[in-house]
Write a protein that binds this ligand. Structure first.
Ligand code: ATP
Ligand code: MG
Length: 580
């Protein structure tokens, strides 16, 4: 973006899956990977940086179907780490939006909002005055409360501050209202400048920050739509080839009616997200936990909407190919991981198709039986457990029929079930069947063993470059320039199996990051770890910083086999391994 000309260093998008941050599943904004620098750490790019960041917001899933919200989207942004502040930021924003050399948007279609002030912090007069000076009419500068124009850790402590948001009128050009009203959906928020100027303390006091930062975020899809004169992000080149594919497969038309449009948007959005999550270098395939479960829900919901369009055959891989084509140039990792993405999506679709029709039949039966318009928790759980219907899918199906779902009841059933499967996992030691989370835990521990073994066999200096676990296998990326020989692979396997046989104990100690870093070499930027870290030691063989979980004794891992060794990217190899 135009930021480079203003002395900003362009930085690459970070992974969609935050490295070593177990508190969130996905990167949700451009600022997310930059938190350490907003808190004062020095960035190698200097005090001004700019990026285009891959983001996933699962919280927005219910909005998907409208013209402007996606689960995956790209966020443009520029940052000042204690460099420029409001004046320069607002001037640069205006220039970028309106200058003919940049976006060249018509100023008459723009409006902004600023923080109105409350008991904690005053009205943001400075931003208000700056916009006015740039020529924005007062009626187009809304003063809004914290709910709209404030950024900060909700209810917690830390840096925070007012923001100013920029909106574009996507309605008819001769109908631009004189004043701005944020309830009107034709005013679309395209950009947002956050001014971090306060530190919220535990007592609820807002004290001015020494380091003042600017954090901005602009949605690429919305901006592109606006530049093209569209009021619908799906008509931009970022989505249109996907929509055309859905039209072709379903034989329906995008503009046929509201429901058809919505289903097509959901399919395009969800498959796009699933592909980007799976195609990330830290990519994750469908599973029942964490990011994997998000991928599963996205794919299954897309399939269900495909059914609404009358699609009976598997179609997701074809849509995924379109997505890969769109992104291959910009995010080469998606192309690199093509095979994994397509295979996983095809597998997931076949698996779900096996139960979808039966599940729908079951739902229809339920619908006839219930009297109080509410589907009970146990029935919702049955749809989940026996037919693989994610909760929100049942809610959506129910809503379409004017019914409700007992969500609390479902969660209770879920809890009961989890307790049961924990009991099941404990029985594993007595030879019972393991549940899925138990399997993932084993793969986590096996991943540590693998890294330690690689360091022994190939020589010290091997680091993790990516890791991904499903219930079926582990996948591990590491720095190594060439193909491993058959002997090296065998040596790694043997070493891991030898340690498993020795049934080493896994010991976890929690300690401050600084002391941990003295004894443990880490694979990631040390600044990305929290202040308190968990150190996992497996006998004297392996020591790593990790969020867990891990098994207690490694004897339970069984037999470790490397099933694949391949290139992941230049200088990076990828191993897939299984436990049997
Ligand atoms: P909205 O109120 O429209 O949901 P937001 O306040 O959640 O937007 P921010 O968190 O300020 O948005 O994100 C910065 C920018 O990212 C927004 O101005 C918008 O252009 C874009 N954006 C936010 N959420 C989405 C989404 N779900 N899909 C596409 N773009 C988005
Ligand atoms: Mg939002």
């Amino acid at each position: 973006m135009g930021g480079q000309s203003k002395g900003h260093t362009i930085i690459p998008s970070a992974s969609l899956i935050p490295e070593n941050d177990p508190t969130v599943l996905f990167t949700t904004a451009g600022m997310h990977p930059l938190v350490p620098y907003l808190l004062g750490e020095k960035h190698a790019g200097g005090k001004r940086v700019t990026s285009c960041q891959k983001c996933v917001r699962t919280d927005d899933i219910d909005e998907v179907g409208d013209a402007t919200h996606h689960t995956f989207f790209e966020m443009l942004g520029n940052w000042s780490f204690n460099d420029y502040f409001k004046e320069e930021a607002i001037k640069m924003s205006w220039e970028f939006l309106t200058s003919k050399n940049c976006l060249g948007l018509d100023p008459k279609r723009l409006a902004v909002s600023v923080f109105m002030g409350d008991a904690d912090a005053p009205f943001d007069q400075e931003s208000f005055d700056l916009w006015k000076k740039l020529g924005v009419p007062e009626k187009r500068i809304a003063k809004l409360p914290k709910k709209n124009n404030w950024w900060g850790p909700a209810g917690q402590t830390g840096p925070c501050g007012p923001d100013t948001e920029m909106f574009y009128w996507v309605g008819d050009s001769d109908k631009v209202p004189e004043s701005f009203n944020d309830d009107n959906v034709l005013w679309v928020e395209i950009w947002n400048d956050v001014f971090m100027q306060y530190n919220k303390k535990a007592e609820g006091v807002y004290e001015p920050l020494k380091q003042k930062n600017v954090d901005t975020g602009m949605g690429l899809e919305r901006t592109l739509a606006v530049l093209n004169g569209f009021d619908d992000n799906y008509q931009t080149e970022l989505f249109w080839p996907i929509i055309l594919k859905v039209e072709e497969i379903s034989g329906r038309e995008y503009i046929e009616n509201k429901d058809i449009t919505k289903s097509m948007r959901v399919i395009a959005d969800h498959i796009r997200s699933a592909v980007m999550i799976m195609g990330d270098d830290m990519g994750v395939g469908p599973s029942n936990t964490d990011q994997g479960y998000v991928v599963r829900r996205l794919i299954r919901r897309a399939i269900r909407h495909g059914r609404t369009l009358g699609i009976k055959e598997n179609f997701c891989p074809e849509i995924a190919e379109e997505v890969i084509q769109i992104f291959a140039d910009v995010y080469p990792e998606v192309e690199r991981n093509r095979q994994f993405v397509i295979t996983e999506i095809a597998k997931e679709e076949s698996k779900f198709r096996n139960t979808l029709e039966e599940g729908i039949k079951k739902f229809e039966e339920l619908k006839l039986k219930i009297e109080d318009f509410k589907i009970s928790g146990i029935n919702v759980f049955d749809l989940y457990q026996s037919f693989g219907f994610p909760l929100e899918m049942t809610i959506e199906l129910a809503k379409e029929k004017g019914l409700q779902v007992d969500v609390d009841g479902f969660e209770e059933e879920m809890k009961k079930h989890q307790e049961l499967s924990r009991a099941g996992a404990e029985q594993k030691f007595k030879g019972g069947l393991a549940d899925t989370s138990e399997i993932s835990t084993k793969y986590h521990t096996a991943t540590h063993l693998l890294l330690a073994a690689l360091n022994k066999v190939l020589g010290e200096g091997i680091y993790q470059r990516g890791s991904n676990i499903t219930t079926e296998r582990l996948r591990f990326d590491f720095n190594w320039p060439e193909k491993l020989t058959a002997e090296q692979i065998k040596a790694v396997e043997d070493l891991v199996n030898e340690k498993i046989k020795a049934d080493l104990q896994v010991v976890m100690t929690e300690m401050p990051k600084d002391s941990a870093l003295k004894e443990v070499k880490v694979s990631f930027d040390p600044s990305k770890y929290p202040d308190m870290v968990k150190v996992y030691k497996i006998g004297e063989f392996s020591v790593e910083l990790c969020g867990g979980p891990h098994v207690e004794y490694i004897g339970v891992l069984g037999k470790f086999t490397i099933i694949k060794e391949e290139a992941s990217s230049s200088g990076v190899r990828r191993i897939k391994a299984i436990l049997e």
